[in-house]
Design a protein. Structure first.
Length: 191
């Protein structure tokens, strides 16, 4: 996950390496905000709880959880990050023009794919649905028709607003639960 997110930042740097004007700088900052949001969405709570659940499981249940979570469900998350990076890099190419269909699908659809895979990761490990992430993924997909009409910078700003807004909502709405998860006592593994 960290490598894919790092590569998305490299893609932003490559996309911004042509001409540095105000639009490109803003687009690069928005792309960084999205990459940071994807990091936050993964590592904030669910990854912590999933790791604990994996440690608590034993035998075949643990093997199945590891296989499902860290192979099958990580693959679409990584694919979503890679698609986001492709879309963001193309956005930096000409921030004032609308995205073509493939980069628009990569940017919006890749971010939505990441969220859907993360929803499934949570469902597999925590046995609960994250409704606000379902809504955010649906909004990202609904943004596709606009993404080929609006300037690329506006599309990138909308994707960033959705991702950052989702984090803000979750941080405020679930502040107590997040605090409990993040500060729960850690059990030492059996030796």
């Amino acid at each position: 996950m960290i490598i894919a997110l790092g590569e998305s930042i490299v893609a932003l740097g490559l996309g911004a390496s042509h001409t540095l004007d105000r639009g490109v700088i803003v687009a690069a900052l928005l792309g960084l905000a999205i990459a940071a949001a994807l990091w936050w969405l993964y590592f904030d709570v669910v990854a912590i709880v999933a790791e604990r659940k994996l440690r608590e499981a034993t035998g075949n249940a643990q093997l199945s959880m590891a296989r499902d979570s860290y192979s099958y469900l990580h693959l679409p998350m990584v694919a979503g990050i890679i698609l986001f990076a492709v879309g963001a890099k193309k956005t930096l190419g000409d921030v004032g023009e609308p995205l073509k269909l493939v980069p628009a699908v990569a940017l919006c659809g890749g971010t939505a794919l990441y969220l859907v895979a993360h929803i499934l990761f949570r469902l597999r490990n925590v046995r609960s649905l994250n409704r606000q992430r379902i809504v955010a993924a649906a909004l990202l997909l609904a943004l596709l028709p606009l993404a080929v009409e609006l300037p690329a910078l506006a599309t990138l700003a909308l994707v960033a607003a959705l991702c950052v807004g989702l984090i803000a909502y979750e941080a405020i709405r679930f502040a107590d639960a997040r605090d409990r998860v993040r500060h729960a006592p850690q059990h030492e593994p059996a030796t």
